[in-house]
Design a protein around this ligand. Sequence first.
Ligand SMILES: [Zn+2]
Length: 436
Amino acid sequence: MAFPYLEAVIGFKILMYFFETYLEVRQLRANKLTTLPKTLEGVISEDTFQKTRSYSLDHSRFHFVCQFVTIVRDSAILFFGVMPWFWKKSEDFMTLIGLNADNEILHSIAFLAGCMILLQITKLPLSLYFLFVLEAHHDCNKSTPAYTAGVFFVNMIKGIIVAALVGPPIVTAIIYLVPKGGPYLAIYVWALGNVFIIYEQLIAPLFKKITPVSIFVLLIILKLICLKVNSEKIEELAASLKFPARKLFVVDGSKWSNKHSNVQMTGLLHNTGILLNDKIVQQDKNDEEVLAVIAHELGHWKLNHFVPLYVAMQFVPLLNGGGFTLARNSTDLFQSFGFHSQPVIIGLIIYLLIAAPLNYIVMFGRNHLFRSIEFQADAFAVKLGYKSALRSVLVKKQMENLMEFNADPWYYAYRVIQPPAVLRLTAMDELDKKAD
Ligand SMILES: [Zn+2]
């Protein structure tokens, strides 16, 4: 008897749902605490704390509803064979409009477009509730700009247009290239992954309008924009760590996505550099605080953090490329999901479903790695004497993002790649305890 892949996938999804819900309950419990964590006592006002607390609580509760709707929807789609049914329907649709349904590329594009439209429709009620009821109720959230129904629908249409332009060429390339790759697919995917890494690290920064500058030029720029940075101190700091000055870049902040911090590492292996966002000056950071942020980034550089990240990144494409090759050739697998042919795109979707346990492990490992290097870089800055400055940077960051002040470490270890400021602050306090 063939292995019950479909049932295993549904079972695993439900298992993960309970596990994740347990973590959400832990975070909800943390949100319900009426006192600030020790590290923020006396730093955050009672009013800010209460506002954030009620915002976080509403968010948590809303998340429970979303997770429940998602698990019911996804399990039903799999259990009732909606995927093969929809694949057949898109074939009928192709014939109806006079296109050749035997063309796998066209058929796949029609199928994916249909899926996307259905997904948008099912997501709509919850998205609308989130933006216009929940977010609107908490006017204290300054990080999201005021949203109107018009803006919302314009953005949605923009998203659909982009998907319609970008999707078909990608689908065509995948369907065309996968059979050509044959048994070497994993190697090709791995090579492509490395091209992306090189692009991200070496080429993309060039498009961020980088001006390579020496420490001196950087200081002149910073001075021109009236940031009273203590120049001697930056020089001292960089020189004491033997940081190659030519590898410090100032970047046009308007090209900088919000996801990144103000300072970012770039480059490969020994060619590592640091990008400094010129927006850093618009924020009210004093010179010690700017130095503390730079010290943290210099910590990443000094501790060679790019090496473990680069090595870790090599495994993911090899693993997935190999796994997908195996999955694509398994007739049992396709049949288990109700398919009697083996189209490339369906193979990819099924692979992503069965590889979920593997990807959870990879995600957890990656988060763990990112978290530990953040803590190490903080410890490095603390060792250099920037503890109080780094503390105040992190407190400001916590205020800006309106994040939960009481963070459950388990929840965050699983959920996010960057540890929240409050956990970094707590880790810094623990460094002191160890030193005593
Ligand atoms: Zn960092």
